[in-house]
Design a protein around this ligand. Structure first.
Ligand SMILES: Cc1cc2nc3c(=O)[nH]c(=O)nc-3n(C[C@H](O)[C@H](O)[C@H](O)COP(=O)(O)OP(=O)(O)OC[C@H]3O[C@@H](n4cnc5c(N)ncnc54)[C@H](O)[C@@H]3O)c2cc1C
Length: 474
């Protein structure tokens, strides 16, 4: 079987790339090793309930009138009707540190007011930061690495404000520990604070449904439970895609959303040099060990017999940190309880009709710990964190323990098992391949390791890579 393009992975980036290519009459096949679509943002059914794997918020939310915003570009490029995503905006969210809380919504005016209230001497600096971020060109591929912490220190005198701005941004997309590249910060800051959060009432399912339906209607082919075992390399190109079943497929071009390192392993090119045509603008922090993917999370999902609002909690997402400084790194312990993200899907506009209350609590976690446990010890370790879940969630939803009817927990091991991402690393490698190129001339990475993160980011990555490397459009 021969295709114009084979795409590894039916996550957000693979599906979006597939739609774009199939729409322009390319013969495209998406190969997915899991039985469910969505990759890192998939869904499952347990105990007669539907769960999302990852969805807290669709970031980048804007109304239809902001035509040049990423979300609206995405709808245009994929020829999707925005109604199909059924997006409902957040109530408001919070960053909570000891002695200071900043509320924010999908209108930056609220966060500006909150900065003026909590850090009165910094509000003009905050306005200057917003102005500079609004005018920053994030499309250039050759910008050198710049430490976000050092840039923010040039704007602000209050260290805690820097930590409070970094906390949601790093939690929602930094593959780097402790600091992050300025361009990545700008992209995420816009997506979280200048645009905002929304959610489909049914969770991630409508988004996946719309993508799969569109891809198929354009003539694309998807094969599920169809893992790629390896890529045959001939003369500096991928000559064949060999499936776990032993079947072989050929394609002019191969896109992989499996991750850069994971894809190199499929080609047995782990130690291959960087291609000379791919500029490597980012110096030291992300080279060598610093470039290894490692940040992962545990999440407990609690089902309540009442809505969070009935317990006095109306915030959509709370990013909390129990010290003045925010520590974003792989913990030495199984789970880092010092900071976390508490998300209540009920607290989006129009979500009061959800049948049950839901609380999602996410913490940084150590992949090495969780993957080293055998079946029984693994279950026991998960159960050991149940009291911490109740304790932390009860800080925001007092009395929630009396309303808890079901919990489920996933760990870095779950993420690795279902997506194949090394170390269960949700945001991939800190070293992004912004041009998508690999040492093989017809193999390109899309999604997490290309550089755009999250649901909207991954879809934009698929679109950009399809435009750039196959369709010859910008
Ligand atoms: C717990 C959690 C919470 C999250 N919350 C949010 C959120 O609230 N908002 C948000 O915007 N983003 C969130 N994200 C991030 C978001 O889900 C990802 O950034 C995005 O989905 C990545 O898409 P992708 O296409 O790049 O990669 P993936 O989704 O990882 O897709 C890659 C696909 O490739 C498949 N694959 C891998 N190897 C092979 C192989 N050899 N053969 C065939 N198939 C293969 C995998 O099975 C997978 O389906 C969250 C992620 C997690 C894990």
């Amino acid at each position: 079987m021969h295709y114009d393009v084979v795409i590894i992975g039916a996550g957000m980036s693979g599906l979006a790339a597939g739609i774009r290519l199939a729409y322009f009459d390319k013969r495209v096949a998406i190969l997915e090793k899991h039985y469910a679509f969505g990759g890192l943002n998939s869904y499952y059914r347990l105990g007669a309930r539907d769960f999302d794997v990852g969805l807290h918020a669709v970031t980048n939310y804007v109304g239809p009138q902001q035509r040049n915003a990423p979300l609206n570009k995405l709808f245009r490029q994929l020829r999707l009707d925005r109604e199909e995503f059924d997006l409902h905006p957040q109530n408001y969210s919070e960053v909570r540190f000891p002695g200071a809380t900043l509320r924010f919504s999908n209108d930056i005016a609220l966060l500006t007011e909150e900065v003026a209230r909590a850090f009165p001497g910094e509000v003009d600096n905050f306005r200057r930061l917003i102005h500079d971020i609004e005018h920053y060109d994030d499309t250039r591929l050759d910008v050198p690495y710049l430490s976000t912490r050092s840039v923010l220190r040039d704007y602000f005198r209050e260290p805690m404000l820097i930590e409070m701005l970094l906390c949601p941004v790093m939690f929602y997309g930094s593959a780097e520990e402790r600091d992050m590249d300025w361009t990545a910060f700008v992209i995420l800051f816009r997506s979280i604070f200048l645009e905002g959060f929304a959610r489909p009432r049914e969770g991630v399912r409508p988004i996946i449904r719309a993508l799969v339906k569109k891809f198929r209607s354009c003539g694309g082919k998807i094969r599920m439970s169809c893992g790629v075992q390896h890529l045959e390399v001939r003369d500096g190109r991928v000559g064949g895609v060999v499936l776990e079943s032993g079947e072989s497929i050929t394609a002019d071009t191969v896109f992989s959303s499996a991750g850069y390192e994971e894809t190199m392993r499929l080609c047995e090119l782990r130690d291959s040099p960087e291609p000379s045509f791919s500029p490597s603008p980012q110096p030291s922090p992300l080279e060598g060990e610093g470039g290894m993917a490692r940040l992962s999370f545990v999440e407990t999902i609690g089902i309540l017999d009442t809505a969070p609002a009935a317990l006095g909690h109306e915030a959509t997402i709370v990013f909390y940190n129990d010290a003045d400084a925010f520590t974003y790194e792989t913990p030495r312990e199984p789970v880092d309880l010092r900071s976390g993200i508490l998300c209540c899907p009920n607290n989006y506009a129009g979500h009061d009709s959800l049948p049950e209350g839901v609380v999602r609590l996410t913490w940084l976690a150590s992949y090495d710990h969780w993957v080293g446990l055998d079946g029984e010890a693994y279950g026991a370790a998960k159960r050991a964190y149940h009291p911490s879940f109740i304790e932390q969630a009860s800080r925001f939803l007092p009395g929630m323990a009396d309303h808890l009817v079901f919990t489920d927990m996933f760990t870095p091991r779950t993420i690795w098992q279902y997506t194949g991402h090394l170390k269960g690393a949700v945001y991939g490698s800190p070293r992004k391949r912004r041009d998508g190129r690999t040492p093989l001339s017809n193999l390109f990475v899309c999604g997490t390791d290309q550089g755009y993160l999250g649901i909207v980011g991954a879809m934009l990555s698929g679109i950009t890579m399809a435009n750039m490397h196959v369709l010859g459009r910008q």
